[in-house]
Design a binder for this molecule. Structure first.
Ligand SMILES: *[C@@H]1O[C@H](CO)[C@@H](O)[C@H](O)[C@H]1NC(C)=O
Length: 363
């Protein structure tokens, strides 16, 4: 997500919205309803007991639709602008938990971040396979983005040191507070900050224009320049925008099949994880906003996550998220992480394939 992206609401395709997940939910309905009236073949019912592939049709996300380029496109002109990428290994993430966070939510997010490195043991398709696409991005010296990502420090700002309404600039003050209190070392070579705000924290432009963003700190605010990203928990504020596709726009509510079931049973945090992936991918390939992006305007760059928003598997586009997996409990995911975790994370643009790429690709 670029720092200055504008809101973009597309509701014109609502006519298409009511048919998504059709065959899956009819299967569920048939299983629950009296079997006498149901023409459902037994093989469909049997599939409910096993993990299988789905390509559900869901309404487009009500944000950034204008930036979507599903699949490959010759129109996408992702270019390198001579700046650095995060090539020092490992990438050291300093986590700042802003507001009240439950230990289980923290563990879930940390499991995702710690799944990015190749040393995380997870079955294919894995989160580290997904991050491997990042290592295809280089700087002008030929140095690749690091494949290893660690959590180097954590700070819990559970007293909301800067209140429960943050602006883009006050997020830098939150970082400054954490740096003074933690204390985090000044990790100029490998460090990045990731600020995660709790569900009751209102952030400037959250929901209206962004679900997360990345930028770099200013010497006048934090004391030095380091890349950082912010992602908010949207569970209570705008899940239909920022926890897509686990929540759907309000005009969808009440009728028809619901949203997809999140892999870890938490709409807010499962939705947040894909946004964290998006921001970490862009932060690593464009940390000072002068490396990899498309478009001519550096104040509104289209970056490698923006290009693939809403796309999670092969055959995505036009309201389909692509082929993803569904487990025995009906939970949707497209990659595995450490500790047996499953995640649903959007794809990212590959500079080699010149298309969106992910580990669950069928071809
Ligand atoms: C580094 O990036 C180049 C260019 O995308 C790629 O060909 C190469 O395989 C990458 N190296 C590693 C170690 O990922």
């Amino acid at each position: 997500m670029s720092p200055l992206s504008s809101p973009h609401h597309v509701f014109s395709v609502s006519a298409l919205l009511f048919v998504f997940l059709f065959h899956l939910f009819t299967t569920t309905t048939y299983a629950a309803a009296s079997s006498s009236s149901s023409p459902s073949p037994s093989s469909q019912t049997l599939k409910m007991d096993a993990e299988y592939m789905i390509n559900p049709k869901v309404p487009p996300k009500a944000l950034s639709s204008s930036k979507k380029f599903e699949g490959s496109s010759n129109l996408v002109n992702l270019r390198y602008h001579m700046g650095p990428v995060l090539s020092s290994s490992p990438i050291n993430i300093y986590l700042i938990w802003y507001g009240l966070w439950s230990p289980s939510h923290k563990l879930l997010i940390k499991d995702f971040i710690l799944s990015l490195s190749p040393s995380a043991k997870a079955p294919s398709p894995s989160v580290s396979d997904w991050w491997r696409t990042l290592s295809l991005y280089t700087d002008q010296t030929g140095a690749n983005v690091s494949r290893t990502v660690l959590i180097a420090g954590e700070y819990s700002d559970y007293k909301y040191s800067h209140g429960n309404q943050l602006t883009r600039l006050s997020i830098q003050q939150v970082i400054a507070t954490a740096v003074k209190s933690a204390p985090f070392p000044v990790d100029h070579r490998n460090g990045v900050y990731l600020v995660l705000s709790a569900q009751d924290v209102v952030v400037q432009d959250f929901c209206r224009a962004v679900c997360g963003f990345h930028y770099f700190t200013f010497p006048s605010m934090v004391g030095y320049t380091l890349p950082y990203a912010w992602v908010g928990n949207s569970a209570k504020q705008c899940p239909e925008v920022c926890a897509y596709p686990f929540a759907l726009p309000a005009y969808m509510a009440g009728g028809g099949p619901g949203a997809l079931r999140p892999p870890n049973k938490d709409v807010g945090v499962d939705g947040m994880i894909s946004v964290i992936g998006h921001e970490l991918a862009e932060l690593s390939s464009n940390p000072l906003v002068n490396a990899w992006y498309a478009g001519e305007d550096p104040t509104a760059p289209t970056e490698i996550g923006d290009l693939c928003e809403g796309l999670y598997g092969t055959g995505g586009g036009g309201g389909y998220i692509g082929q993803v997996m569904r487990d025995r409990e009906g939970r949707t995911y497209n990659m595995n992480g450490r500790n047996g975790r499953k995640f649903l994370v959007q794809w990212i643009w590959s500079p080699i394939l010149k298309a969106c790429a992910g580990p669950n690709a069928l071809d």
